[in-house]
Design a protein around this ligand. Structure first.
Ligand SMILES: Cc1cc2nc3c(=O)[nH]c(=O)nc-3n(C[C@H](O)[C@H](O)[C@H](O)COP(=O)(O)O)c2cc1C
Length: 178
């Protein structure tokens, strides 16, 4: 392959793992949603997820104060809502109202599940040691919910600046990775 130099500012779009998620929090009686694509698995069980939530986001203060959130996984059918939740702030907007999303009470955390998402992961903040330096939170998934009818979900994967890949064909190969 004939490669060319690529701008460092765009590297994140190459490694972006996805799927893009909608992170919900609830703080001081206000439930909020933010779009998030910078996350990574850290451990199988209990599942640990590292994620970057900028300290400029309203969600940062809620996550820091309550130490609880839900990671809701949307499908591509929700793409306009996903971008909308990333272009607006809960400081000014009730995103559940604005985007017509349905909140469902979680069983273990104060933040709500989003009914329209095919999976929702109730999480607690397990580690904030990298929070001040990188806005990096380690989340432990306490309870996971999934729509069993959604076998091969069509998820969104952010390549930067509003460009998304939509997951397609599923292939199955023998792999040592469980
Ligand atoms: C596709 C997409 C992915 C995003 N990923 C992240 C992310 O990983 N971390 C982050 O801090 N902000 C991310 N954002 C930006 C936040 O969603 C955005 O700043 C949002 O307005 C924050 O909402 P809040 O102020 O209600 O918390 C992303 C936005 C979009 C559109």
């Amino acid at each position: 392959m004939a490669k060319r130099v690529f701008p460092l500012s765009k590297v994140y779009g190459l490694l972006e793992p996805g799927p893009v998620v909608l992170l919900t929090t609830a703080h001081k009686g206000k439930a909020n949603i933010m779009t998030m694509s910078w996350h990574t698995m850290l451990e199988f069980e209990p599942p640990l997820v590292g994620c970057v939530v900028s300290n400029r986001d309203f969600s940062f203060d809620a996550l820091k104060a309550t130490r609880q959130c839900v990671l809701n996984i949307p499908t591509a059918a929700m793409a306009p809502t996903v971008v909308g939740c990333g272009n607006t702030s809960g400081r000014r907007v009730d995103k559940f109202e604005s985007f017509g999303l349905t909140r469902v009470p979680a069983s273990l955390v104060g933040a709500p599940l989003i009914a329209e998402c095919y999976a929702s992961l109730e999480c607690r903040v397990a580690d904030t040691r990298l929070m001040n330096r990188y806005n990096f939170f380690v989340l432990e998934v306490l309870k996971a919910w999934i729509d069993p009818a959604c076998k091969d979900p069509c998820t969104l994967h952010h390549r930067g600046r509003g460009v998304f890949m939509v997951s397609g064909e599923t292939i199955r190969l023998p792999s040592k990775m469980r």
